[in-house]
Design a protein around this ligand. Structure first.
Ligand code: CA
Length: 226
């Protein structure tokens, strides 16, 4: 190999290495500096008439746009909500509300009608019922597998400790007594252009990743400082 071609080869190797290093650094810093994709609304969703867990006068409101038929909502309810409850809700700093988001057809609607009925007639039983519906969502379900029926929703009400008038609940599901509440919830889903469940809004900020608890926590702490 001549000296000039050795130099050229060396140059190519160094140049390639430099390119790789630059690409790696660029990737690293662009990842690190990438701002989150939270969306800041001009107004927080209206929680008037919605169930509220925790201190009604809390400084921070966390709203979930959720669907009883959605597996990610079950996961959120079972993993993120308990942390929120322990860190903030139990201390009266944060309250949490749930808005029905009917993304999975008739079954979403049935479960939402049942929960609105319980909220109306037995507000003290609401959160236990709400969590039990998620708890009884089959863990291995695919989205199309049917499991929500009026009978199932009444059975869940019978199984929890809190007292619920089962006949009233069955009638409210069948007769769609609280359909106006579902319509009001859907209007907010449209107004806030909710695309995914769960969508979590903290004092007007829609968080990009509902499962990033550290980020949720830092947003809440910032709201509490302001
Ligand atoms: Ca509602």
């Amino acid at each position: 190999m001549s000296t000039s071609s050795t130099r050229t080869s060396k140059f190519i190797v160094i140049f390639t290495l430099a390119l790789v290093v630059t690409a790696v650094l660029f990737f690293f810093f662009s990842q690190k500096d990438e701002p989150n994709q939270d969306i800041i609304f001009s107004e927080h969703p209206d929680i008037n008439g919605q169930p509220i867990l925790g201190n009604q006068d809390a400084l921070v409101s966390v709203v979930e746009f959720g669907d009883y038929k959605c597996p990610a909502c079950k996961r959120w309810d079972e993993t993120i909500l308990p942390q929120l409850q322990e860190d903030f809700i139990d201390d009266g700093l944060v309250h949490y509300s749930y808005i029905n988001t009917l993304f999975h057809g008739e079954e979403s609607g049935l479960a939402a009608l049942a929960s609105e009925s319980v909220w109306h007639h037995h507000p003290e039983a609401f959160w236990e019922y709400h969590q039990e519906i998620f708890h009884q969502q089959p863990a291995s379900q695919n989205h199309d597998e049917a499991w929500v029926t009026p009978l199932k929703l009444v059975e869940i009400a019978a199984e929890i400790e809190a007292e619920i008038d089962l006949e009233q609940l069955a009638a409210d599901i069948i007769e769609q007594t609280f359909i106006d509440e579902l319509t009001a919830d859907t209007e907010q889903v449209i107004e806030y252009d909710i695309q995914l469940t769960p969508s979590i809004v903290i004092n007007g900020t829609l968080v990009e990743d509902p499962f990033d608890y550290e980020h949720i926590k830092s947003l809440i702490e910032k709201e509490l400082e302001d």
